[in-house]
Write a protein that binds this ligand. Sequence first.
Ligand code: MN
Length: 288
Amino acid sequence: MKQVLSIHRRGEGHWVGDGFPVHSIFSYHGLTTELTPFLLLDHAGPAQFEPSAKPRGVDWHPHRGFETVSIAYEGEVDHEDTAGNRGSIGRGDVQWMTAGAGVLHKEMHGHAYAKRGGRFEMLQLWVNLPADLKMTAPRYQTLLARDIPVVSLPENGGTVRVIAGEFSGASGPAKTFTPIQLLDVQLRAGQRLRLNLHDGYTAAFYLTEGSIKINAADNASETELVIFERAGDEVTIEAVTDANIFVMNGQPIDEPIVGHGPFVMNTQEQIAQAFVDLQHGKFGDIPN
Ligand code: MN
């Protein structure tokens, strides 16, 4: 069995640009050993946006040394980057961007969504890259809801959407550089689910909704982060109320983490180099 190591309340709220009212769930400023290869998790919303002719969002900004994974629950986001990639995600879709050696991108509400307004809720997870892949070429994957397998649980107990890795014979569509399992679990009140979260792997839950009992011992509820021990594999979840659980599970990358804003590298020198490279236009040209 994999035991609960600690349970955390979410941090303060802040805005990212004018489109993302986020709470920080964790970041590379703490718990890095416990959460590697996961660097940061932001929970945007749930919020209500009024109709707007001009889409809100966050304008051109850089990233280097890791991947950003955006999971849309409600609302729409358009992505564009200096590696020439574009994509749009809406309810149930996932965007997996490998910044690697570096890109500039912008993340804006979709035009149609901005015009009609409405509810908005997303998660953004940052996934680290091993030292020898931090300068890999940028890559972009749009993972549409229809391409994400949905495993139905017995007794109409809920569903497991497999974004990355495997669950119950289903494989997620995400290409990853290190072994990672990302699951989006909906569990109905009173139902149980057993997960194998792999001996030696990092494992964490974030609850976007509801409350659960873990291993018949620990309770966690909405907006809490649950971190598990690396040792052990099986975890049992019982839903106290209807619950939505974002499951993060991955092979640890036990290398130094030095982060500064949108850059996460292994040394201070590499962070300084990222700023130099940004000034010298090495993150690509913003399209007209
Ligand atoms: Mn970004």
